[in-house]
Design a protein around this ligand. Sequence first.
Ligand code: GLU
Length: 493
Amino acid sequence: MTTVRTRIAPSPTGDPHVGTAYIALFNLCFARQHGGQFILRIEDTDQLRSTRESEQQIYDALRWLGIEWDEGPDVGGPHGPYRQSERGDIYKKYSAELVDKGHAFPCFCSAERLDAVRAQQMANKETPRYDGHCMQLDPAQAQQRVAAGESHVVRMKVPDTGICTVPDMLRGNVEIPWDRMDMQVLMKADGLPTYFLANVVDDHLMGITHVLRGEEWLPSAPKLIKLYEYFGWEQPALCYMPLLRNPDKSKLSKRKNPTSVTFYERMGYLPEAMLNYLGRMGWSMPDEREKFSLAEMIEHFDLSRVSLGGPIFDLEKLSWLNGQWLRELPVERFAAEVQKWAFNPQYLMQIAPHVQGRVETFSQIAPLAGMFFMGGVSPDASLFAHKKLSAEQVRQVMQLILWKLEALRQWDKERITGCIQAVVEHLELKLRDAMPLMFAAITGHANSVSVLDAMEILGPDLTRFRLRQAIELLGGVSKKETKEWEKLLAAIA
Ligand code: GLU
């Protein structure tokens, strides 16, 4: 019998998402329950958006939760490299194989031509898709153009009629008509693969037997299935996990809920409780108990107990469960966890230089620096009254700074200042117009340590959370304002 091998294949393009942890957990449980292996692969073919910082955060977040992998970029293994950016030659070889076999073809169409085709199809009320123009080229001539260095992509051929049956471990056979599928680009003009090619090649070469991924990938499953068929490879078993949702049932998004695992760490959730909660998303223990450990989940894991209704990621429910965990800890362990959370030497050493010169006794530290040990702070709305800016401008400055900070990957004082500076300059304001607002939002008070230091120490998650809360306190941002201000944002360097 072949060994069960599952994987998680995150793209390192932002904060470590709770959805990644959720999918990782289910893949881990499935593998462990079958005595198999769980692999971590980094899908970083999007060179513009992928960063090493984000990759490291994914490792840290998963490890904090207690999720360990048997093979991966940082731990090695027999099927490496486990980072797609280091596997370029492998994809070139397989792309060439598909072209040779006539399953894929080079496409030289310009962006203008593709736009025109698209516009015409939209006008005819057809589904926009590639019209097959370059598929008609004589293969020998096409190869000559490629050899001469002409810019091109490689596209896969797809049937234009009939139905593809996707065997989903949760839903049974799902039927998707072929005419909905585009002639997917497999290799981009820069010579890098797209998700589709890289994912299929890697899952095959890495011996993945079961793929548990988010349900947002179900509509594109036929393309993957076709690629397995073209290569003559056995397709792994497929399982499309229900998506996590906001309480209003929309797809979990950071606009409505913090989605970064590190946020929950900084807020003082226990990793075991967080993992327990993710396990409760769409799955239940045979005896329906709410509180269980990873070991218990692995022991009782059974895909047939996954329910397809979109699981709701609800902060109140998570907090309730966390409370259960905290209360049941032996008190020594509770104290040790508190210490580990924020009363550890490393964190205190970051704070000490900023309070030492400001206090006469230790007992003055808590009133001055208590906000380093808090999640949200509750500033008084009066702290945001501004001599120069209107209430709308106040929200605008804060929202633009928040957006800039959300995109910031390296978190240090200089770069944080750079974000604020860029926004105030664009709005023709001064730093001193924005800083008191930041101060109130982040520290919750009129006096404390320097706000830039505070932001650096608090880290991105708590900083953004407090800014978001302050904006909410001041009435939030309407849909119309969001649209207008996003245009402003795009113009800020
Ligand atoms: N890189 C994809 C992602 O970030 C992987 C999806 C898959 O599991 O195939 O979600």
